[in-house]
Structure formats: structure tokens, C-alpha cells
Design a protein around this ligand. Structure first.
Ligand SMILES: [Zn+2]
Length: 271
């Protein structure tokens, strides 16, 4: 059963984790349509660091937050570096990175919080957003899992930090895996395939070899890591959407040749 839905409001298309909304959590992933950015960033680009006009990006951000009944002052952003550093965000971090990239939390790829009204925000074009929610401890987290973050087990590090900060139990935690580059499109070179096979020796299904090309299933790899930590399989929801396969709906760093916009992933606890 799909726990998520696709919504269109004010011309903005976004994915919403509908099953969590009833539990007081907003978790969304913005699509590409409905914004004001011009090519090659058209149109709802939410990232300030990709060369787009900052004023347009700020308007795009404000419009998305307005749909959520919130303001950009409630967002907290980090300077994602494809690393595995995880940081707890508090109310005093609200607004960091929302009006300018320089104030975003540096060198960080996963954020967590128990503060209601704070929206953790990260930006994506092929890497996978991992949304975490512990309904027992009222904690949310968001991780940026591209291939480097996946190999570095950022999913595991995020869970461990949730446990360290709030004693979250892995069997309580729910995870939503948003859109990213699917195994249909994520072709990798033999040396990386070898590293994946070494890192996950008991899971040959993560790599697919066909017609001389090797593809890697990043979403499944993150599911394997999460399940290995004790997250219940029924608490892991993978939306299964490939960013590269849907140019009308998503930016894709690979497909678009590196110069493109970013979708936004946001998660926040309601007041
Ligand atoms: Zn694809």
C-alpha cells in the first residue's frame, strides 16, 4: 500500500507522506513544475548553490512553505557535501541557510530534531532523501544519501544519532525513501561495482548486470542497511520513483549533464 500521495497546489507538484500527516508530521518532496526559475533551472528550483537567480529561488521556497502553512524562517538547511556527518538542529538553528547558502549548517548531510515547527530541508537531483520519523519519541530526521552517503552508511549513522540523542528504538522508527536515480538508470563503473559487492557481500541483488552494463539499486541498498539495524521492513516505504526517468517532474544531475536545479525535501513536526 502506498503511504504517500502526489498533490498539486498553486501549480506546485509535490509528494506528501500522507500516512504521517495524521500523526502530526509534514514530510514532502517538491517536484519541478510550478516555479519561476528559467532554463536550465526551470522551474521550481529550490537550491541557492547551483547558479540560479537567488531572488527567484527564495520566492520558490516561500511558495512551497506557504502551501505547508509555514514560512522559510522555520526552515533549517545544511551545506550538503556527500559526507556522513549528522547534526541535531534546535529552534536556534531556524532560518539557517534559508536566505543565503553561507549560513547553512556546514559539512553536514543529515539533520535531526525534536523541535516542533522546525522544517529540516535538503536539496536533491538524483541522490535519495531518507525521511525518518519516530512516533514514540516524536523525533524526525532527514538524510542525503547519494552513492557516497549510501556507501558511508549515512542511514545507519542517522539512526544511531537518533538513539544517542533521544533513546529512539529502531523498531519504532518509520522511514520514507523519496525519489532518486533508480536502478533503471544508475549505471556504474566496474571499480565502484566491486566496492559495492565488497561492502554488501550478502546482497548480490543490489547490483544488476545486463548487456555489459552494471546498475546499482541505491534505494534497496538503503533499505538493506535500515533493516540490518532493526528497522521493521513494514516501516520502510520506498516511493520507487526514478528522477532520471521523469524529466517533466524531476531534475536529474546525471540526465541534465550537471547543470540543473534541485528538488526540496522537507520534514517537520507540527506544533
Ligand atoms: Zn530511471
Amino acid at each position: 500500500m502506498n503511504l504517500w500521495t502526489t498533490e498539486i497546489r498553486e501549480q506546485i507538484t509535490y509528494i506528501k507522506m500522507a500516512a504521517w500527516e495524521a500523526l502530526g508530521v509534514d514530510a514532502v518532496f517538491s517536484g519541478r513544475p510550478g516555479g519561476g526559475s528559467l532554463p536550465p533551472y526551470h522551474s521550481l528550483n529550490l537550491a541557492l548553490h547551483v547558479g540560479d537567480e537567488s531572488e527567484t529561488v527564495l520566492i520558490n521556497r516561500a511558495r512551497l512553505l506557504e502551501i505547508l502553512g509555514a514560512s522559510t524562517r522555520q526552515m533549517v538547511c545544511c551545506q550538503q557535501v556527500h559526507g556522513t556527518r549528522v547534526q541535531r538542529a534546535t529552534r536556534s538553528d531556524a532560518g539557517r541557510g534559508t536566505l543565503e547558502q553561507s549560513s547553512a549548517i556546514p559539512d553536514c548531510d543529515a539533520l535531526l530534531t525534536d523541535s516542533p515547527g522546525l522544517f529540516l530541508a535538503e536539496f536533491f537531483a538524483d541522490c535519495f532523501p531518507l525521511y525518518f520519523f519516530d512516533p514514540a519519541r516524536r523525533v524526525v530526521a532527514l538524510a542525503h544519501a547519494g552513492w557516497k552517503g549510501t556507501m558511508g552508511r549515512i542511514a545507519e549513522k542517522t539512526l544511531k544519532e537518533m538513539n544517542r540523542c533521544w533513546a529512539c528504538r529502531y523498531e519504532d522508527v518509520k522511514v520514507f525513501i523519496g525519489p532518486g536515480i533508480g536502478s533503471c538508470c544508475f549505471e556504474i563503473q566496474p571499480d565502484l561495482a566491486r566496492r559495492v559487492a565488497e561492502e554488501f557481500p550478502h546482497h548480490p541483488q543490489l547490483l544488476r548486470r545486463e548487456n555489459g552494463r552494471t546498475t546499482w539499486d541505491l534505494a534497496l541498498t538503503n533499505s538493506v542497511i535500515l533493516a540490518g539495524m532493526g528497522v521493521k521492513p513494514e516501516n520502510i516505504q520506498d516511493c520507487g520513483l526514478c528522477t532520471s526517468c521523469h524529466p517533466e517532474l524531476f531534475y536529474s544531475y546525471r540526465r541534465d549533464g550537471g547543470i540543473t536545479g534541485r528538488m526540496g525535501a522537507l520534514i517537520g513536526l507540527r506544533w
